[in-house]
Structures are given as structure tokens and as C-alpha cells.
Design a protein around this ligand. Structure first.
Ligand SMILES: Cc1cc2nc3c(=O)[nH]c(=O)nc-3n(C[C@H](O)[C@H](O)[C@H](O)COP(=O)(O)OP(=O)(O)OC[C@H]3O[C@@H](n4cnc5c(N)ncnc54)[C@H](O)[C@@H]3O)c2cc1C
Length: 471
């Protein structure tokens, strides 16, 4: 195997690195109060906080620059309890209401952690702004994941959705950095963290990866590192592992979140390769380092490890079955749930490979599901038993899904437009995109088709945050 193959194999591994016994370390390259592994948003924040409290801090960063996945992120922070943006835009909130909402949406809420997060949220907000930027004191009305412009506040969660609206007084809590767009906004925060770390005397050693934890009497007392061909060990009173996730480690993805690594059927592009966003160093080494010294990786618990359940889906399922009985009101979840049930049944039955045809998915989405998720699960079990080819056809689904009404709705190309029950605004945005496409990007022509003047068209384009490519 070539060196790069070996490196790839190591990255892809789900093996635990061995711990090093402190007694076997012949010399320490450094001795510090706090050693942080990784300078993403977690490591950067920990390093700055520790240094501000007077600790001598050293950060090991495997990449040539700080940022990790955080530098790719949009920069949307879930904060509340009465932040300055909430107050400036006239939205009342309290830590108690934020706590009630987060408990309501959590499958197995850890009350003390949620409580601490909510009670510290205003302080967290102030801490971020003290780095040297301001969230815009403006509100984007409407539910959205990423506001179209630089609006500082929006509803990014389900606070106003039943049943949560009855369980906690809703308030918008999605705080966005003043950088438009879905990606990269958080890089601004990383730059400010690096600057603050520098001012506080934090040393960052780039292209230096932590390889093993050093232990003594069951405690972590240091870290082994590698910088190209150089190696060494650092002694530290505290070690903070903030080395990101495991999205780029196919073996760990297959083991813990298998659906993420599988090809997906999409409405418009047929079967597509797995699409995983992340940073190349998201290879799970940080998690494995923690586990190597006895840490417990809670989200990788035994049921998930045994392949019995994909945890994130289980989370969604529980929310669906326990709190949102009307599956028909969550039609966008239907394809994902159906594919999960299909994978489970196939594995359980040791069945041949089977997929859901495009039209079957549309049929499932068109049906009203009075029996909710359980009914969907039995429909998939039924279809597996009745399928004749390699694909589940609409005819293989239970009889109640064969009604003329359901089949007509599934066949109608228009239903695809509405299947996720968009708001009127969203529908208008989609139509606008469609017309811009039809007009080949020619705005004069688009305005003619829409029978509006060009200024109105420009206002609409701006309102919906459509860029010059019509996207
Ligand atoms: C496209 C995209 C958009 C997103 N948008 C948002 C958003 O708007 N809001 C939100 O809350 N979340 C968002 N997320 C999720 C969010 O980015 C991550 O949860 C977050 O960045 C994780 O931060 P981190 O500090 O834990 O890890 P990272 O930012 O990945 O930092 C880990 C660092 O550790 C380094 N490292 C790894 N291994 C070692 C080692 N052995 N030794 C030394 N260094 C090591 C890495 O090089 C990296 O720099 C988004 C994610 C993606 C992919």
C-alpha cells in the first residue's frame, strides 16, 4: 500500500487508537494548562474562554488553517431567552419558554443540559457579539432555514407549529450572522476567534494532529501528536477534544448512520450518489480518541451500533408518532420514512434488493394516512411481499392506495408542486423561478409572461433572494 493509501485506510477506519501510558513517554515537548484538539467553532471557543480565564492554552490543529467544518457553515445560531435582537425586533422570550420548547421537541431530553443552554443563552449571544460583530437587529417574517438577506432573526424551528405552540410560548430564535447565503457565514466568526485567541496568547500549532491520548491512573494527562514526520507528546492539566464529526469516514457512516452513505432516489434526478458535506478531517478520530480513554459516545449507542435503528431517523419517527399524528400534514417526511421502513424490512427478511419506483413514492405521498406512521410501515411490509420485480410499483401497494383519487393525485404533475404543502409565498417563488427558466433568464421576457412591469419583477426577485442565475 502506498503512503496515501495507508493514510486513507487510517482515515476510513473505525478502530480506536491505543492510549499511551504516561510512564512510556520519555520526554514532553510542552507542558500546558489546557490543550485543545481542533480549532473549529467548538475548539476556538474553548481555547478563548480558557485563555480569558488565565490558563496557558495550546491548540493542535491538523489542517493548515483554523475553521474545519465550522468555516463552511452558514452561521445560524439557535439563541433566545431575550437576546438583544429579539428585544430590538419586539419578540418577547424567556429562558423558561425556550426550555419548554426544546424539551418538547427532544425525544429524550437531558433537562439539566437544556436548562443550562437556555439560561446561558443571552450570555452566549453577548459573548459572540463581544468577539467583534453584530447580528443585524432585523427580523425575517416567515419560517425559513436561511433568511434570504442579512436579517438577524427568523423562525428556523417549529415553535409556531402545533403541538409545540401549545407547549411553549413561541419566539423566533434563529440568529444569523450578517452574511447572506447558506454557506460560509460562520467563517467570519472563526476569523474573529483566531484573532481573539491570538490577543489572549493562545498558541495554535497547525498541521499538527493529535494521534493518541496519554493516560495515567485512568486519567487523561496529555496527547501524542504528529507534524509531518515529527512526533511528540504534550502534558496538559486538561485536554479538550473538539475535533469535529465523522461524516467523511465511510466506515463510521456505514456503521452508525447507514442511510447517509447510501444512494438516494430523488424526484427530479433519479438515483443519486450519497451527498455528504463536511471537512476532510471529519473522520471521527476525535470521537475515537475520546472513546479510547473510556469516554461514552452517546449518540452511537448499542441499538444504533447493532444496525437496529438509525438514531436520527428514530428521533424524527418518535416525534412523528408521538407528537404529530397527522402524517398527511408532514408529507415531505413520507419518502424518507418509506425508504427507512423498506431498508428495515429488507434487512429483517434477508430479502433481495428492492427499491420504490418514482410513481409509488408519489402514490405514498398522495394518500391521506389515517393510521399515520404505523399504517405507512405496514403498507411497505405489504408491498415487499407483493412486489414482482426489483422495483415496488404502485400496484404492489395495499388496495386502499389504489383508489382512483389517490392514483390521479399521484399522476398529476401538478401535485408534485404541492406535495410539501408550500405557503403561497413559496409557491409564487417557485413559479417565478420556473418562468425565469422558461424565459432563458431574460427578465424582460419573464416580466411579459408574468404580465408585470420590470420593476415589479425586480422587486420579486429581490424579495425571494433569487440570484442572477435564477437560483
Ligand atoms: C454546509 C454546512 C452548513 C452548516 N451550517 C450550520 C449552521 O448554520 N448552524 C449550525 O449550528 N450548524 C451548521 N452546520 C453544522 C456545523 O458546521 C458543525 O456542527 C460545527 O461546525 C462543528 O464544529 P466543531 O468545532 O465541532 O468541528 P469543526 O468545525 O469540524 O472543527 C474541528 C477541527 O478539528 C480539526 N481536527 C480534526 N481531527 C484532528 C486531530 N486529530 N488533531 C488536531 N485537529 C484535528 C479539524 O481539522 C477541524 O479544524 C453546518 C454544516 C455544514 C456541513
Amino acid at each position: 500500500m502506498s503512503t496515501s493509501d495507508e493514510r486513507l485506510a487510517r482515515r476510513a477506519s473505525s478502530e480506536l487508537p491505543e492510549t499511551v501510558n504516561a510512564a512510556d513517554v520519555t520526554s514532553w515537548s510542552d507542558e500546558v494548562d489546557v490543550l485543545v484538539i481542533g480549532f473549529g467553532i467548538a475548539g476556538g471557543s474553548a481555547a478563548v474562554s480558557a485563555a480569558a480565564a488565565g490558563a496557558r492554552v495550546l491548540v493542535l490543529e491538523r489542517a493548515a488553517a483554523a475553521g474545519g467544518t465550522s468555516a463552511m457553515a452558514g452561521g445560524h445560531f439557535y439563541l433566545g431567552g431575550g437576546t438583544a435582537v429579539q428585544e430590538a425586533t419586539g419578540h418577547q422570550d424567556s429562558p423558561e419558554e425556550m426550555y419548554k420548547y426544546l424539551v418538547a421537541v427532544s425525544r429524550a431530553p437531558e433537562h439539566d443540559k437544556i436548562r443550562a443552554y437556555c439560561e446561558g443563552s443571552v450570555e452566549h449571544f453577548n459573548w459572540l457579539e463581544d468577539l467583534g460583530f453584530q447580528f443585524e437587529r432585523s427580523f425575517y417574517p416567515g419560517k425559513i432555514v436561511v433568511p434570504p438577506g442579512t436579517e438577524g432573526l427568523s423562525y428556523t424551528g417549529n415553535e409556531k407549529v402545533w403541538p409545540y405552540i401549545e407547549q411553549a410560548k413561541p419566539a423566533p430564535r434563529g440568529h444569523s450572522v450578517p452574511v447572506p447565503g447558506e454557506l460560509g457565514g460562520a467563517a467570519m466568526v472563526i476569523d474573529l476567534l483566531v484573532k481573539r485567541a491570538d490577543e489572549l496568547g493562545v498558541e495554535i500549532r497547525y498541521e499538527t494532529g493529535a494521534t493518541n491520548l496519554v493516560v495515567e491512573d485512568g486519567s487523561v494527562v496529555g496527547v501524542s501528536w504528529k507534524h509531518f514526520t515529527e512526533t511528540g507528546a504534550i502534558k496538559a492539566k486538561a485536554v479538550i477534544i473538539a475535533a469535529g464529526g465523522f461524516a467523511m469516514n465511510p466506515e463510521m457512516v456505514a456503521e452508525h448512520t447507514p442511510a447517509l452513505g447510501q444512494k438516494r432516489r430523488t424526484k427530479h434526478h433519479g438515483e443519486v450518489e450519497p451527498y455528504i458535506l463536511g471537512n476532510p478531517n471529519d473522520d471521527g478520530l476525535g470521537i475515537r480518541l475520546g472513546v479510547s480513554a473510556g469516554g461514552v459516545a452517546k449518540n452511537l449507542d448499542q441499538d444504533v451500533k447493532a444496525g437496529k435503528f438509525r438514531e436520527d431517523l428514530f428521533y424524527r419517527l418518535s416525534v412523528v408518532t408521538l407528537r404529530v399524528p397527522a402524517l398527511k400534514e408532514r408529507r415531505t417526511d413520507i419518502p424518507l420514512l418509506a425508504e427507512h421502513f423498506l431498508a428495515t424490512v429488507l434487512e429483517r427478511e434477508g430479502h433481495k434488493q428492492l427499491t420504490l419506483s418514482e410513481e409509488s413514492i408519489r402514490t405514498l405521498v398522495a394518500y391521506s394516512w389515517p393510521g399515520n406512521v404505523r399504517e405507512l410501515e405496514s403498507a411497505i411490509e405489504y408491498a415487499v411481499l407483493h412486489a414482482r420485480g426489483h422495483e415496488i410499483a404502485p400496484e404492489d401497494l395495499p388496495e386502499k392506495l389504489q383508489s382512483a383519487q389517490v392514483r390521479a393525485a399521484a399522476r398529476s404533475p401538478l401535485s408534485a408542486l404541492f406535495e410539501d404543502l408550500p405557503s403561497l409565498d413559496e409557491l409564487e417563488r417557485r413559479y417565478l423561478l420556473y418562468i425565469l427558466e422558461v424565459a432563458g433568464g431574460n427578465r424582460t421576457r419573464a416580466a411579459e409572461i408574468l404580465r408585470v412591469d420590470r420593476r415589479t419583477l425586480y422587486r420579486m426577485i429581490e424579495r425571494y433572494g433569487i440570484d442572477s442565475n435564477g437560483e
